[in-house]
Design a protein around this ligand. Structure first.
Ligand SMILES: [Zn+2]
Length: 244
């Protein structure tokens, strides 16, 4: 059993390399999850990894001590819970690394949860609020017009909660927020393509840098997950009770 587990871990690691390559390269087909075979020839994977490492270097002066992007971990040991209250369930509108249309996640390990304006948003992981904005209207259009909260975790990673409702942020910069605590209300601010949703992603850098994402899933939802461990588009994810 132990040997089998080691083989599985190795497969997950090589899958993570493929994942980062997918984000840095063409990405997935619009509206569909990234599908990367874990049986890719090792020589190809190695070459891609070297290229990816170069393109993923942060700009000068940003966050010198970077945590590893890492693979998706098993959801049972994830540091994160779904960013909405226990008992709520939302569809995933868009998964990570999707390219080809406005507002797509071509280089982001981010998720869009379809969520009505005013729905409660909670901290997926505890941390300090490092930036927030709530002044913009819920018009559904406009680059850099989204309301948001950034929360920095103990390991230096930073979660991004975006498109929040105008005047809908309930936390202040500098304040600690517990995992699962309310941070505000979902909305339709910024470039949502006029579909209210919560954009959620985690960065390795602060200030944030789109290609420096962390592969995240959530320990209070068992799935369904894709072959790499990420959430699937057009699936419903219910927030189940969780332990701290
Ligand atoms: Zn998004």
């Amino acid at each position: 059993m132990r040997a089998a587990a080691a083989v599985q871990r190795a497969a997950v690691r090589s899958a993570a390399v493929a994942l980062l390559a997918a984000c840095a390269g063409e990405g997935g087909a619009p509206g569909s999850p990234v599908s990367v075979s874990t049986t890719t020839a090792p020589a190809t994977a190695t070459t891609t990894a070297a290229t990816t490492a170069t393109t993923l270097e942060p700009p000068p002066g940003k966050n010198p001590g970077l945590p590893e992007a890492g693979p998706f971990r098993g959801p049972a040991v994830s540091d994160y819970i779904l960013p909405y209250p226990v008992g709520e369930a939302y569809y995933l509108m868009q998964s990570y690394c999707v390219s080809g249309r406005p507002g797509a996640h071509s280089d982001q390990l981010a998720y869009d949860f379809y969520m009505p304006i005013g729905a409660e948003v909670v901290a997926a992981r505890g941390g300090w609020v490092v930036e927030m904005r709530e002044s913009h209207p819920d018009t559904g259009w406009g680059t850099a017009m989204e309301n948001y909260v950034y929360i920095e975790h103990a390991d230096g990673t930073v979660a991004f909660y975006a498109h929040l409702m105008q005047h809908g942020v309930d936390v202040e910069v500098g304040r600690w927020v517990d995992q699962g605590a309310r941070i505000g209300a979902g909305g339709n601010s910024g470039n949502t393509q006029n579909t209210p949703h919560l954009h959620f992603g985690v960065y390795r850098t602060w200030p944030q840098y789109e290609e420096m994402g962390v592969a995240v899933n959530f320990r209070n939802t068992p799935g369904p997950l894709d072959t790499l461990g990420g959430l699937l588009v057009n699936r419903l994810y219910e927030a189940l009770p969780w332990e701290g």
